[in-house]
Design a protein around this ligand. Structure first.
Ligand code: ADP
Length: 482
């Protein structure tokens, strides 16, 4: 069985004797020395389990525990009980504040053993807590060392979204010296925390396009620091496809979509023959079934044509047939179709295009395709309310025309806004998935607008609606009239 050793540091021989006799009676070892550096070193050699520090014996009236001297002598884990002059409650409190786990008043009258056992217990608990804190600190240091060696960006944030640590790769993307800034501001230039961060208490996954224009998939995990505070560790993986992969992707899409065209044309043709009764008489029910096949094959046909179109455009093969024209004429091309679509969905559709807008130099069919895409989406993602199509001068810039399609629909979650122009990207929401679509329209539209020297962007608020805007440069040959 372990024999515990108690060390007394003080000048009070009466107290020392009292402690020695009662502790040795209980089977504990006892050692004592003067309360100075030599004395501390001397008792350290006996490897005591607990120290009794007589504050009355300390030089001057200093009742503080000399924690630093103890540490230097290798006595940092031993609990300390302070011996304080009877009634000196202030001294007792000060000794506790400076590191003692308990105190006893002098002259000693009570049996010291129970207090010593209790202090030993407290000391053991403190040691365990210190050990855990050290392990946590070491683990955190190891995590930081691993993060430093990683090529992917990684950072640690506080629950208040403050950046506590960033690895080298993250610093290369975002810049150095950003510790203390909020992640939504530094990484996404937003004033409010990103929804995914604000709402998710546990680990999360999301995708984002960062300042360097690359796409990343982020994974976050919850950790705790040695003070028990929660921190979030975030690691990003670059998922931007490289040129080689993009090429394989395009060739694959091109081959598959061209191969699908021929059998689909045959299906369409034979369904039409049967519907026209050229293959023999058909019942009303068969007619209905064939109608479903016809509509589905029409959707598939549109999808394939869009795929081929997207593939060509994104491979840099967009050929424009440009002419001097104006937005009003362009919109006229598709207006009847969009209006009918909106009407069928019970939505009102408003068009505001001033007559005196200057001309643009554009491919009419392609810009009409953009407007049709935006208006089609607006109708698709709006249950009630209205769609507005406007055109006008870009504010403070008479060299550009802005065309806007605004809706009162479901809106787009903040974390998806940066991605919706990516090929095949669709917002992962129940409502959106019941709607048709392949995530092609916006990427095609953005490329078309870019090819005309304009920009396409979105403003949206989830649950409130969306506004898509694109600009076109005014045709230089025309005078600008306002
Ligand atoms: P899709 O064919 O799926 O509509 P798009 O590229 O046109 O493909 O749009 C991509 C995604 O962006 C849509 O699936 C939808 O999640 C979102 N989106 C586009 N327009 C709107 C809108 N007006 N309102 C809400 N969400 C929209």
């Amino acid at each position: 069985m372990k024999v515990y050793c108690v060390a007394y540091l003080g000048f009070d021989s009466e107290a020392a004797l009292y402690l020695e006799s009662s502790l040795e009676r209980a089977g504990l070892k006892f050692t004592s020395a003067t309360p100075d550096i030599q004395g501390i070193r001397k008792v350290a050699e006996a490897k005591p389990d607990i120290i009794i520090w007589d504050t009355g014996g300390a030089s001057g009236a200093d009742v503080n525990i000399p924690v630093e001297e103890f540490r230097k002598a290798g006595l940092e884990n031993q609990p300390v009980i302070a011996l304080v002059e009877g009634g000196d409650s202030e001294g007792a409190i000060q000794s506790l504040a400076s590191g003692a786990v308990d105190f006893m008043y002098k002259p000693l009258k009570e049996e010291p053993l129970p207090r010593i056992i209790a202090a030993l217990n407290t000391g053991q608990k403190q040691n365990r807590a210190r050990w855990y804190a050290r392990v946590i600190d070491q683990t955190n240091d190891q995590i930081k060392a691993i993060l430093a060696a990683m090529e992917d960006p990684a950072y640690i944030v506080s629950p208040q979204f403050q950046i506590l640590h960033m690895n080298r790769a993250a610093e290369e993307i975002f810049g150095e010296g950003l510790r203390g800034g909020t992640c939504h501001h530094v990484f996404y230039d937003r004033t409010e925390p990103c929804e995914i961060c604000a709402k998710t208490k546990g680990p999360a996954r999301w995708r984002a396009v960062l300042k360097n224009g690359k796409s990343y998939r982020f994974v976050s995990a919850i950790t705790r620091n040695s003070k028990g505070e929660i921190e979030k560790l975030v690691v990003g993986t670059d998922i931007t496809p490289d040129e080689e992969v993009k090429k394989i992707h395009r060739t694959f899409i091109s081959n598959v979509s061209h191969d699908l065209r021929t059998p689909l044309a045959a299906i369409d043709q034979y369904v039409s023959i049967m519907l026209d009764g050229l293959g023999g008489e058909i019942s009303e029910q068969q007619k209905e079934y064939l109608g479903v096949i016809k509509r589905s094959s029409f959707r598939l046909h549109n999808l394939i044509e869009n795929l081929i179109d997207a593939n060509n455009i994104l491979s840099g093969h967009l050929k424009l047939t440009t002419e001097v024209t104006n937005v009003k004429d362009i919109v006229e091309i598709i207006l009847p179709r969009i209006k009918a679509q909106a009407e069928n969905s019970g939505l009102s559709f408003q068009v505001t295009i001033p007559d005196d807008l200057p001309n643009v130099y554009a491919d009419k069919a392609r810009i009409a395709q953009v407007v049709a895409n935006l208006a089609g989406n607006a109708i698709k993602f709006t249950e009630q309310g209205m769609i507005q199509l406007r055109a006008g001068f870009m504010p403070r810039d008479e060299g550009r025309i802005i065309v806007s399609v605004e809706d009162t629909g479901i809106g787009i979650p903040k974390e998806d806004l940066a991605n919706i122009f990516e090929l095949f990207y669709r917002v992962e929401k129940d409502k959106v998935y019941v709607e048709e679509g392949a995530g092609l329209g916006l990427s095609i539209s953005r490329e078309i607008v870019r090819a005309h020297g304009g920009t396409l962007w979105v403003e949206s608020m989830e649950g409130m609606g969306s506004a898509f805007h694109f600009t076109l440069p005014v045709h230089k040959g025309d005078a600008v009239i306002r």
